[in-house]
Design a protein around this ligand. Structure first.
Ligand code: GAR
Length: 195
């Protein structure tokens, strides 16, 4: 089974959805580690309940991004992790991680990129009054929510919908789309390995 790591900073509903899809045998992976940069985040409670090994750290306690990413890469390599999936990890990935996992780091973002990158993409779309937004899964590069797009799905924002309604609709899509994309990527990876 391909070993993967999930990175999260918040509530972890995507971590939960991926872990449930793994447990149901829908995603051919073992979640070897959850990396979390927010020691109080709810995702840590979910990880404990799900039995996922955790590395939680406080970025402030390191002298630089290079220093904490060096520690993360060491732990990922030791655990045999082959792919990294960002699931609400609200921090730019630096060169240390990018070089160690080139084309092996994937992110999910709650808008149709390149529209509304960065923080609070759902609020940005809502405030802009767009009628269609959605979800993007993409490879991670140096930029903020840039990098080649792997898949997208759209959500209609009908008049009368609240911000909360839009968030619910986006999350419903995320919880299906992300496990499906991960499965496709890992299946492709395993085919490559056996050729
Ligand atoms: C998700 O909606 C994800 O797309 C977004 O954070 C949320 C995390 O929710 N990510 C970004 O905005 C990345 N730029 P969760 O903690 O419940 O999975």
């Amino acid at each position: 089974m391909t070993k993967i790591a999930l990175f999260a900073s918040g509530s972890g509903s995507n971590v939960q959805a991926i872990a449930e899809a793994v447990a149901a045998g829908k995603v051919p992976a073992e979640i070897a580690m959850l990396v979390c940069d927010k020691p109080g985040a709810y995702v840590l409670e979910r990880a404990e309940a799900l039995g996922i090994p955790v590395f939680a750290f406080q970025p402030r306690q390191y002298e630089s991004k290079e220093a904490f990413e060096t520690e993360i890469v060491g732990r990922l390599k030791k655990a045999g992790v082959e792919f990294v999936f960002l699931a609400g990890y609200m921090r730019l990935i630096g060169p240390v991680l990018l070089n160690a996992y080139r084309n092996r780091i994937v992110n999910i973002h709650p808008s149709l990129l390149p529209a509304f990158p960065g923080k609070d993409a759902i609020g940005q779309a809502f405030d802009a009054g767009v009628k269609i937004s959605g979800v993007t899964v993409h490879f991670v590069d140096e930029g903020m929510d840039t990098g080649p797009i792997i898949d997208q799905e759209c959500v209609r924002i009908d008049s009368g919908m609240t911000r909360g309604d839009v968030q619910k609709a986006i999350q419903r899509i995320e919880h299906n789309l992300y496990p499906n994309v991960i499965t496709k990527l890992l299946n492709g990876f395993r085919e490559e390995q056996t050729q």
